[in-house]
Design a binder for this molecule. Structure first.
Ligand SMILES: *Cc1c(COP(=O)(O)O)cnc(C)c1O
Length: 385
């Protein structure tokens, strides 16, 4: 079996389960993104919600990217990690007054606004501070990203963004508002998008909208195409880095930017998923009638994606080189959905073996909970072990 490289000797001093982040892979990924975005004159904002581990955040901040935040605490975490405020964007349908004030106080780059009442509140709060808030309108482009129904965001039935019919009046609203400035349009059509045709459709839609904006005589400085680029969960060893070259090429080829317009994007998963693994120890191997179970010390409280989205993660026994057998890999939580995967081929597994649940760097550690009064998993960088 092909497996990742793990310093298993060093794991013996660490309480399991824990997240292990391969810094070399993270840096390689960041280098590629920087190379491609520089070539295409694009600005990249890391979507903090994918992984807000302080050590991971500060590595990403050091690489020079901006940050895309969806809560006040994320804005604060991004600033604490060293992201420059003028590269922070703030999205979300339910920004509270407290969160908006925090963002205003820090002079972030812009608010990605999602509704009329939100525009009204941002304007009032900015006025009270004697500031002008930059806003991008988040547009719901009604595009099917062909991804899991719980992570698609760009359809009319979703709660996100302005409908296209409301854009002209949203522009008029901003124009009349004393303390708002329209600086861009924002889109985000979904997550774990592996078919780049979805982005091509987005480009076509943006091109249509731009013609309307031209006809209204409204100039837009920034086009933010959001995040969503998928990664290869099946083959993390063969395909450890997402295809950023093709991703940026789609926009270069299909998106008709106006003079001086700047492309922005907000990758989350594609930057951090592959560098992270959840490391767990086998507590028991239990023989069923037709099955055997590897009962591990990690559960859905540590990595909820399989239970929440039926997500697949490759699992490797990194302690054993014995012949391969099949196991259902399950956690200890009192929920029948606490199953990482069924009929997993693992090298013959014994109590005490370490398993690596791969591609878990995004929406893993950050979604952990205390359910069953479990301790939250800690995250370690490869460079600190
Ligand atoms: C979640 C999110 C992203 C990042 O999505 P990924 O699929 O992790 O790349 C980007 N922008 C917005 C507005 C988001 O909500």
């Amino acid at each position: 079996m092909i497996k990742g490289n793990f310093p298993i000797e060093k794991f013996k001093n660490i309480e399991t389960p824990f997240y292990y982040y391969d810094v070399e892979l993270l840096n390689k990924t960041l280098d590629l993104v920087k190379k491609c975005s520089t070539e295409h004159n694009a600005i990249v904002h890391y979507a903090v919600k994918a992984n807000a581990n302080k050590k991971v955040l500060s590595l990403i901040a050091k690489s020079g990217l901006g940050a895309d935040c969806v809560s006040g605490n994320e804005v604060q975490a991004a600033i604490n990690a060293g992201f420059p405020a003028d590269k922070i964007v703030f999205a979300g349908v339910g920004k509270t007054d407290k969160e908006i004030n925090l963002a205003l106080d820090n002079d972030i780059f812009c608010f990605n606004a999602e509704s009329f009442p939100e525009l009204e509140v941002i304007n009032e709060l900015a006025k009270a501070k004697g500031k002008t808030a930059n806003v991008e309108l988040r547009v719901n482009p009604n595009i099917d990203a062909h991804t899991h129904k719980k992570i698609t965001t760009g359809l009319n039935e979703n709660k996100f963004g302005f409908n296209m019919e409301d854009l002209q009046s949203a522009c008029q609203f901003i124009d009349k508002a004393s303390n708002l400035k329209l600086i861009g349009l924002h889109f985000h059509i979904g997550s774990q998008i592996t078919d780049l045709n979805a982005y091509e459709s987005l480009c076509v839609r943006i091109n249509e909208l731009q013609e309307e904006f031209d006809s209204w005589g409204i100039k837009i400085e920034n086009i933010n195409v959001g995040g969503g680029l998928g990664i290869n969960y099946e083959h993390p060893n063969h395909i450890p880095i997402a295809d950023f070259e093709s991703y940026f090429r789609v926009f270069a080829k299909h998106l008709k930017l106006r003079d001086g317009q700047r492309l922005h994007c907000e990758p989350g998963r594609s930057l951090v998923a592959q560098c992270g693994s959840l490391i767990t120890k086998v507590t028991y191997v239990k023989k069923g009638v037709n099955k055997q179970f590897a009962i591990v010390d990690a559960g859905m409280t540590d990595l909820i994606r399989p239970a929440l989205y039926d997500a697949y993660h490759r699992i490797e026994n990194i302690s054993s080189d014995l012949e391969v057998e099949k196991y259902d890999v399950v956690g200890p939580i009192c929920e029948s959905s606490d199953v990482f995967d069924k009929d997993v081929e693992l090298n013959k597994t014994q109590r005490g073996d370490y398993l690596a649940i791969r591609s878990a760097g995004a929406y893993g550690e950050i979604m952990a909970s205390n359910y069953n009064l479990r301790r939250l998993p800690l995250g370690y960088l490869s460079t600190e072990l």
